[in-house]
Write a protein that binds this ligand. Structure first.
Ligand SMILES: NC(=O)c1ccc[n+]([C@@H]2O[C@H](COP(=O)([O-])OP(=O)(O)OC[C@H]3O[C@@H](n4cnc5c(N)ncnc54)[C@H](O)[C@@H]3O)[C@@H](O)[C@H]2O)c1
Length: 310
């Protein structure tokens, strides 16, 4: 049995990861300050004696005896990471320093949940890991994008300088049950609006594309990445290469919810990327043939069922 620390474990992705790690027979410590996550996401896990929940801000030092660390703590939706952008940078950067310091002391393996936002508004399509990105360092989204880029730098520097066993995954747009209801992410926004027969709000003309990954596929990729040989640090893209325009997504959600909602258009906020799609060649090669198995309609049906149940 391994002792595993999951920062941001009460969030959308973290709660699924904690459940999966417990199913595999590990002891799991979930650390979260509940900024965007919620105890409700992990309440079913609290019955498991191998699960422990700790309220803590990852930008402050934390000590526990663990074998592996998954570092997910960070608000992920623009609405929340822009509320207190300075804290967002601290969470990414100081959080990475604290967790890498812990991994160094314990000789623990550590995985960073990085993001496709490190590619910014990409000039290469689809995005392979070797692409360095096109990121605005001083815009309203920079606290998140540059915070995550700096965290990647720290991971690689701890690896080169201190021989810490690091893993970096670049997560592309992921959706599923436990997404926050008010966090402004497109899939949850559309589903909630459609279930209430309210207008679906599209920012811009809706022709911008995104690839949407169901959360179970991501969790499988993350766990496989943690188990790769020590000399493989990544970064590795984990996402679903199926590409859909926001207009298409809106129409599918309206159809699957049998909603009478209409689509309305609003001005596009600053620095919104026009296209995003992962090149997952490396993940296929290095993560034992990993690839997404859940298509958009199937994943949306599960997510709609979750939001209906709330
Ligand atoms: N969902 C996506 O599409 C996506 C895409 C790319 C990257 N990611 C990354 O995956 C991770 C999880 O994202 P998510 O979608 O589950 O978002 P989320 O907001 O649901 O989860 C983040 C969790 O981190 C916690 N947190 C925030 N600041 C903290 C702090 N200072 N100390 C301790 N806990 C803190 C929040 O309370 C929350 O539980 C994030 O690092 C995010 O950047 C997510």
């Amino acid at each position: 049995m391994k002792q595993v620390l999951v920062t941001g474990g009460a969030g959308f992705i973290g709660s699924h990861l904690c459940a999966r790690l417990l199913e595999e027979g590990n002891d799991v410590i979930c650390l979260d300050n509940y900024f965007t996550g919620s105890k409700a996401n992990v309440i079913p896990l609290l019955r498991n004696p191998h699960f422990e929940l700790i309220r803590h801000d990852v930008s402050k030092p934390f000590v526990a005896e663990v074998d592996e660390i998954y570092n997910l703590a960070c608000p992920a939706s623009p609405v929340y990471y822009q509320i207190d952008p300075i804290q967002t940078v601290k969470t990414s950067v100081l959080g990475a320093v604290n967790m890498l310091g812990l991994a160094k002391r314990l000789d623990a393996k550590i995985l960073q949940a990085s993001t496709s936002e490190v590619y910014g508004d990409p000039k290469i399509h689809p995005q392979p890991e070797k692409y360095w990105g096109n990121v605005n360092p001083i815009g309203p989204r920079s606290c998140y994008d540059e915070g995550k880029r700096c965290a990647e730098t720290l991971f690689m520097d701890y690896h080169r300088q201190n021989k810490v066993r690091v893993k970096i995954v670049r997560v592309f747009n992921t959706y599923g049950p436990h997404m926050g209801t008010n966090d402004g992410r497109v899939v949850s926004n559309f589903i909630i609006q459609a279930l209430q027969d309210k207008d679906l709000t599209i920012y811009g003309d809706g022709n911008q594309t995104r690839s949407f990954q169901y959360v179970d596929d991501l969790i499988e990729g993350m766990v496989r990445m943690m188990n790769t040989p020590d000399d493989f640090t990544g970064p590795v893209n984990i996402g679903n290469p199926g590409e859909f325009s926001i207009n298409e997504l809106a129409r599918i959600v309206i159809r699957l919810t049998n909603s009478s909602s209409r689509i309305v258009y609003r001005p596009l906020p600053g620095d919104d990327p026009k296209q995003r799609r992962p090149d997952i060649t490396l993940a296929r090669e290095r993560l034992g043939g990993w690839e997404p198995t859940i298509c958009l309609e199937e994943g949306l049906k599960k997510t709609i069922a979750y939001f209906r149940s709330l």
